[in-house]
Design a binder for this molecule. Sequence first.
Ligand code: LRH
Ligand code: MN
Ligand code: MN
Length: 386
Amino acid sequence: MTDHVRAALRAQQIEVPSWAYGNSGTRFKVFAQRGVPRNPQEKIADAAQVHKYTGISPIVSLHIPWDKVDDYEALAKYAGDLGVRIGGINANVFQDDDYMLGSVTNPDARIRRKALDHLLECVDIMDATGSRDVKLWFSDGTNYPGQDSIRARQDRLAEALSAVYDRLGESQRMLLEYKLFEPAFYTMDVPDWGTAYAHCLRLGPKAQVVIDTGHHAPGTNIEFIVAFLLREGKLGAFDFNSRFYADDDLMVGAADPFQLFRIMHEIVQADALRNDSGINFMLDQCHNIEPKIPGQIRSVMNVQEATAKALIVDTAALDAAQQNGDVLGANAVLMDAYNTDVRPLLAEVRAEMGLDPNPMAAYARSGYADKIVAERVGGQQAGWGA
Ligand code: LRH
Ligand code: MN
Ligand code: MN
């Protein structure tokens, strides 16, 4: 396999979410697992394990206030000592009683101010941790026609976004995430990529769109959205996960590895895998029934496999087939890459990186799972599904 494929695989970076390590569930039940982290430091320690065995996940996203600490600089240093760093700061304006009718789009100016203050506090935290990105997702919306003015809510949203944008430092960015439905069931205030894109375009170059792969209507062609936003220079990040029905937050590549390959194909074709492309490849998952650290290791490996398949696409043959209008030939080139077993290649790449070729087995052998069960009593909930 050519050197550039191996080099790209060695350089790949995937950002893991702190909340993947805490207990999570659905609104019906949170199944507590033994040994889960009791505080942000322990979540970061678990994330460092994922990096230790995969070698490509050195970044951990925080969610505030789930990961609230007194001293964020110290937290960043703690992460650094464990060989990882703090990535995106995810704002949380969806778990306070005040936000029942919305946060930044609430009709009540006092509540809007409270929500905005939290978003600004997240930028303060970025200053302390050295993070580049604040990630904004709003649960805001309405449940019934007539409940509130759709248009006025867009005005309120624009006002809040612009206040956060103005607070950003030179090298900081704002990432805006959309979601079709849930928790609001009639209108979401940022329901789709078009709405997110329009707000980001108006704000300026530091505002970019986040694609959470679980946030679309079934059947949506996500790779088209990827290709479009890449072309416009407006794709800031992914929240990778997989879904069978709605926002299932299952392990990425579990439900539809072919979709993940098609997404990574667009990334590779646009030369956007590079670490300086400005695109964050984050996971946003909850491990409700599976053990969390191995669930994250598996997810990182799934992204890596899809990436390897995208990297081995015979681009010259694909170009030629496309130019010649050879529909079946072009499709065959893509399918050849997808149907290639890249696991031996990845085992070699890991060996080149000084890693065990089988991260799942290496973690299982390490004894870390038993150690945290013994050491940690009364682990924390991720924040979901209480
Ligand atoms: C919303 C979402 C968003 C939140 C995360 C916990 O569904 O995808 O990214 O921050 O879940
Ligand atoms: Mn998300
Ligand atoms: Mn989600």
